[in-house]
Structure formats: C-alpha cells, structure tokens
Design a protein around this ligand. Structure first.
Ligand code: MLT
Length: 273
C-alpha cells in the first residue's frame, strides 16, 4: 500500500476506536502474530496496532521502504521512520510504543526520532546497547547465508533459542508456532533486518531523556537479553516499572502472556489511555 509516497507497513488493528493506541513491534524473525496471545488477554478492549516491520509478514521489503523514505541502506532508523509514517498516515498522532527485542530497538529509535508520537514506552526482552564486534560479524554472515541459500534455514534454530528452559521442555507447541512463523518470512527481509541490527546505535543515553511512563519486561529465563540488561535500562529510564516474568525466556508474550498483558495495560493507563 502506498500512502503519500511512502510504503505503509501492513498493520493489524483491534479494539475500540478513539482510545490512546498501544503499538506493538514484533521481534526477529517473526511478525505481528507473536502478540495475539497477549492482546487476547488484555482487559478493556484497548486499541492495539501491530505492524509487520519492513520485510516481515505482509509488509514491503526493507530496500523498498528505505527507498520510499529517501534513506540509505538497512537501518533501525528506517524501521522507526516507517512505523512513524504508517501511524501518521493512519491518523495516529500519539501512542504508547512497545517493542520486543528487535521491536524494542525500533521503539527506542522512534522515541529518539519522533518524540512527540510517544505517550509511553514499553521495552520487552531487549537491550539499549549496540552489538559487540563478534555479534555484528555473525549477523553479517547470517545475512549472506540466507541470501545465498534463498532460505531462512540459517535462523531456524531460533525456534528453540528464543524460548526459556522451562518452555523448551514443557511447550513443544511454542516451538512449532515459532518454526511456522520463522519459515513464513522471506530471506530478503531476514537479511535486511540482520544488517540493520548489526549497525544499530547504542541508545542508552536516549532512555535517560524519556520523561514519560515506561515499562521494562524481561523473562526470568531470557538468555538472549538477560534480566541484567533489563535492570540496566530500568535504572536509566526516569519513570519505569520493571516486570520480571517467571517461567519465560526471550518470548514473554507467548511463553507467559498473562503478566505481560497486565503490565502493558498498566503502562497504557499510566500513559493516559
Ligand atoms: C529478536 O528477538 O528480535 C532478536 O533476538 C533480536 C536480535 O537478534 O538482537
């Protein structure tokens, strides 16, 4: 879909119209479907907008989104600007922006680049720091591999590493869901996002300037962005609640959605929704 020269992101909307929206940004290498278990449990039928980030789900690929925005190369900034443009095109001037992991990197870039849009900030299973050299090099290798193979096999192992130890043993259904969602994604989208994450900035200092309600959520068993990274962000944010979710790893919204739904509802209310 083209809106005023930009490529709008495919966005699923639910809830009652007119309320302060909650915008949920998914993790890598997934799409908006990862939020359904949590939003099903949210009280009061809030307005929820769940976009597919560039190259995922039914959104246009990152190269096309970047070109339409007049920007160069894969970057978290392109994703953030695409989210802001999509919301503005949908008539949303203010929202609570929450993201998981890669979605959290994008949420932090939205608050830096489009502060007027953000009524509240939710950071789930993510971190504000940039990649160390080894992680950056690995992302570039994975990006090359998925394009060379024309397959997302190189990231399929994430169907288990995204989960915590408890879920890996007790929730084979979640492994199946993740496998289905990952294999639905295209190699171009996966490669572009890996390259975008590889060059992302450290946004810890940005968090110190977020003088509005914030929420940091982390799975107690998150091995990718562990509780220490969450505590560090909550300490820098001027007004943050920290919620450590039991029996969950990196995918708190599917591993243990109930406390995540409650925490997001509280953030929405604290932000004026
Ligand atoms: C995610 O869940 O979005 C990824 O773990 C993010 C990353 O690779 O840094």
């Amino acid at each position: 879909m083209t809106t005023d020269g930009m490529l709008a992101l495919h966005t699923v909307r639910r809830g009652r119209p007119g309320a302060l929206p909650l915008v949920l940004l998914h993790g890598f290498p997934l799409d908006h479907r990862m939020w359904s278990d949590t939003t099903d449990l949210m009280a009061g039928d809030p307005t929820v907008l769940a976009p597919d980030l560039p190259g995922f789900g039914r959104s246009p690929v990152g190269e096309d989104v970047a070109e339409a925005l007049g920007e160069q190369g894969p970057s978290i900034e392109v994703m953030a600007d695409a989210v802001a443009a999509t919301l503005h095109a949908a008539g949303v001037q203010r929202a609570v922006i929450a993201g998981l992991s890669m979605g959290g990197y994008v949420a932090m870039a939205v608050v830096e680049r489009h502060p007027a849009l953000v009524a509240g900030l939710g950071l789930l299973d993510t971190k504000s720091t940039a990649d160390p050299d080894a992680a950056r090099e690995n992302r570039l290798r994975v990006a090359d591999a998925v394009l060379a193979d024309d397959s997302v096999d190189a990231v399929l192992g994430m169907r288990t590493t995204l989960l915590g130890a408890t879920s890996r043993v007790t929730r084979p259904d979640l492994v199946e869901h993740l496998e289905a969602w990952i294999t639905d994604q295209g190699p171009r989208g996966v490669a572009w996002a890996q390259r975008a994450m590889a060059v992302r900035a450290d946004r810890t200092a940005v968090l110190g300037r977020v003088h509005r309600p914030a929420l940091v959520v982390v799975g107690a068993e998150d091995e990718l962005t562990p509780p220490d990274a969450a505590r560090a962000m909550a300490e820098v944010l001027p007004d943050a609640d920290l919620v450590v979710v039991p029996a969950a790893g990196h995918m708190t919204p599917i591993e243990n959605p109930e406390p995540v739904a409650v925490a997001l509802g509280t953030l929405l209310r604290r932000s004026g929704g």
